[in-house]
Design a protein around this ligand. Sequence first.
Ligand code: GLC
Length: 801
Amino acid sequence: MIVNTELEQKGNLFPSQIIKFKKDVDTLYFYTENNVVLQLTVLRDSVLRFRYSTTGTFDNDFSYAITKYASTGYNKLEISENDECFTITTSKLRCEVSKKDARVSIYDVKTDELINEDEIGFHWEESYEYGGNIVKMSKVVNERESYFGLGDKPEHLNLKGKRFQNWVTDSYAYGKETDPIYKAIPFFTGLHHGKAYGIFFDNTFRSYFDFGQERRNVTSFWAQGGEMNYYFIYGPQMQDVVESYTDLTGKPHQLPPLWALGFHQCKWSYYPEAEVKAVTSKFRELQIPCDAIYLDIDYMDGFRCFTWNKEHFPDPKRMVQELYDDGFKTVAIIDPGIKIDNEYDVFKEALDKDYFCKRADGPYMKGKVWPGECYFPDFTKPEVRDWWSGLFKELVEEIGVRGVWNDMNEPAVMEVPNKTFPDDVRHDYDGNPCSHRKAHNVYGMQMARATYHGMKKFNYPKRPFVITRAAYSGTQRYSSTWTGDNVATWEHLWIANVQAQRMAMSGFSFAGSDIGGFAEQPQGELFTRWIQLGIFHPFCRVHSSGDHGDQEPWAFDEDVTDVVRKFIEIRYQLLPYLYTAFWNLVEHGTPILKSLVMFDQEDNQTHYRTDEFVYGNQILVCPIQEPNAKGRRMYIPRGTWYNFWTDEVVDGGKEKWVDAEIDSMPIFIKEGAVIPKFPIQQYVGEKNIEELVLDVYFKTGKETSQLFDDAHDGYDYTKGRYSFRTFKLTGKTNELILQQHKEGKYEASYKTFKLNIHGLPFEINEIQLDNETISIEQLKVNGTVAMVVDKNFSEIHLIGK
Ligand code: GLC
């Protein structure tokens, strides 16, 4: 069945007149003459849920996306009615439901601006073939409205004028505009008149979003089954929208271990053991920092998950330990397909216990993947997930693997036209039995979830690290992700940049691309430019398919190695800054990458920018995406910025040419920022950090910066053993004041901060530390003044002559 249009179908049905209304605490029910029920729940003052039934009753309310930890509660809920409509008012929104046809309009309660309005609104088509409905929603496009989000779409950041599909798909060597690919994240943000709102359509069937393509003034979304069930989230700031969506679908359950934010090296495949060791030793020999090494499918015995090829890896436990002693954490791949082999324990057990997916008429779901013919566990069944978690005992607890990589979990099936299971495959769906049409988009998510629980349990008290290829909304709670099988081309560098930004604005910050490209081989220049971008992605891994040559930092010429080393070193220096951004993600759902539109939505210039983004809160980055470049034009957002390399100060709100030879790239620091830095380490924890650098960028005015720290692994931070420092900078013509506020019980190993003060416009005459005038040694290099102070200072005044 192809449903590629929401309106031009003959069988559309519409709600009629509302004839009854009922209220149950925070939920309102509107009943129409033709049996439609609109269930409207006020979750928060700025979050409303809309759910429609066409039969008068609702099915079991179950969602894999919504977390039980989502915030609830509102300050105000008032309901009134007149001849035309019902009005629901919270402290942020006013929502009108028309009595004539149940259409909805939502306003900002304070400014009375219309934020979002149904066009036809809810409508549906009966699905004779499968039962149930094709459920549809259409909304009016506002003047100059822009649209963002939807996960991993390899498209311009602004989705206006385009149509997309959500159906998790194995997409080897996808290209710009290939749709759909690996993820299904049916969440978008709309922005008009400086105000942003989000819509999360929590429906796991194949779904579509049309942002004014079919009809210029209409945005619509629909799905091939299930309910019209969506959440409306008001900002008005785009960052607030994404934070609320992340609150609803879940923040990562814990911080990643700090090593997972280091550099990762991967290839399909490093084997045997000697080859793995040759790679890791080369990193140390060339002094290129690296924290993780990956084992792709060839470590297994005939691609049987949870086994080892003993010829290539005779003693995995010893190897993993030796790698660990050298600072390398081993990450191993685990796929969902279980080889049909009666001699294979995992297969036999799952068969005995009836854990494999079956076709509608009874046979097992059989499909080809790397091991040949396989059966596939039904990860949508709690008992199966428990069993799967348990399988990690040996790999993680005994052998010491520190991360698990879930791949092919769309689920991918080879040599079949649709690349996945047929529609009729049955799933448990946590006690809500259904076909693959409904379970497909969550299959990979539920596999990652089961893997996460296994990792977490057997790696305890260390934190788990999981990476998954397939995902549905909410997967960010359990796992990191990468953008799948990309290609070593300049266009794919552009794609990697938009995908990482888009994932961040879709609630899934911990993402990155296969640096250098998975398929084909990059030239040294492309590899270098990709590394420069990749070090600013929350997940940073080089990966490639082995068929196309080597892709280690030394596989090109020496100049490439040197520039790559220099940039990986920058990543390691900025680890405390990145870790603080992860803290904000885990605590508040704050995206780690901010596209310019999120950074400054009031500036219309940002609405169609794709290349530039802000890393954390204060570092502006723009990759070079073309060969032979000596620099590029880029948009500098409003405000004042320091060039990272030269300290040159530039005023934003305009495009500017920025020099960037191959050993450089455009990086700017927001004025007033305090950027924490570690010394360069070859891996996280290599050094006992004795001093932390704070790069302070002078500003006339005020700016606040943050620094989170803890033991870098384990769960002590959840019991208060962390430190969270806030730095308040105030700059005046003749004075710089830096105030520090600290909370939490953690004491870092370092005792002092080395302040590097950039752009100080005066000669220091007097230094006051916590109200006492003192003399501190100052060192001035290239206009930057350096001094060392106790890390627990409360207030420093640098006073000019
Ligand atoms: C898939 C993955 C890729 C992996 C390969 C072999 O193509 O996307 O990352 O290397 O399978 O396991």
